[in-house]
Design a protein around this ligand. Structure first.
Ligand code: PXP
Length: 247
């Protein structure tokens, strides 16, 4: 069984489109509530809930994260930049896991993997702090050997392989090459003892191939599930994705 982490950021994006200036993140006219989305996703079989608390707070707000910490029954995975402020926040929140991601204010979404090799000391400091606090760390990396090898050396228990380049190439000439890159990355990470997760740009269509990657533990999927939920409701959207992941 491949597990499903549902990323609910874009439920918050919809709320912020209208209620960015509202004094509260929920109640009154403020909608939709990402915590309600998370609870419905769990009811439909989500194995965990993922949120990215971005520095610019463009979608998920701190209050959402604290409410999730109290309300969800599965696992809370906090995506975060590798900064002292976010480390302090995570140590207070105590999510079940954190996923370290690169963050660039001008990007529409997380565009590339974390450069663990280029930011070794910063990444190591956060992994050590999380290991000491009993919080599992996942490193969101491109499926490239130097990044994978250093992730294992820094004692991060998990990696999340960035499937964005594959998803972008899905309808083009580079699809097979990008898939092979992911396949080799998953094999190498598994050989080194890392738990292999993957995410970004996974859809109801490309999941048919993504699910065949070796050693997959969990997929983190957001935009396509939130988009589908607009038409079918949250529970149907989550159930459908889980079925396609594990037919
Ligand atoms: N995993 C990570 C680390 C991400 O940053 C994101 C995007 O926030 C996702 C998974 C989910 O990507 P998508 O919304 O394209 O499914």
């Amino acid at each position: 069984m491949i597990l499903l982490g549902v990323n609910i950021d874009h439920c918050a994006t919809l709320r912020q489109a209208r209620y960015r200036e509202a004094p509260a993140t929920t109640g009154g006219a403020v909608e939709p509530d990402p915590v309600t989305f998370a609870v419905l996703a769990e009811r439909a079989g989500a194995d965990g809930i993922t949120v990215h608390l971005r520095e610019d707070r463009r979608h998920i707000q701190e209050r959402d994260v604290w409410r999730l910490r109290e309300c969800i029954a599965t696992r809370l995975n906090l995506e975060m930049a590798c900064t002292p402020a976010m480390t302090e926040f995570a140590l207070k929140l105590k999510p079940d896991s954190v996923c370290l991601v690169p963050e660039n204010r001008t990007e529409v979404t997380t565009e590339g993997g974390l450069d663990v090799v280029g930011n070794r000391a910063r990444v190591a400091a956060v992994v050590d702090a999380m290991n000491a606090a009993g919080i599992k760390t996942s490193l969101f990396i491109d499926p490239d050997e130097p990044q994978i090898e250093l992730s294992a050396k820094l004692r991060a228990p998990w990696v999340e392989l960035h499937t964005g380049a594959y998803a972008n190439a899905y309808h083009g000439a580079d699809r097979a090459a990008e898939f092979q890159r992911l396949r080799l990355g998953a094999v190498r990470a598994h050989e080194l003892g890392l738990v292999v997760n993957a995410g970004h740009g996974i859809s109801y269509v490309n999941i048919a191939e993504v699910r065949t990657l070796p050693h997959l533990h969990e997929l983190n999927i957001g935009h396509s599930i939130v988009s589908r939920a607009v038409f079918t409701g949250v529970e149907e959207a989550v159930r459908e994705m889980k079925t396609r992941m594990n037919p």
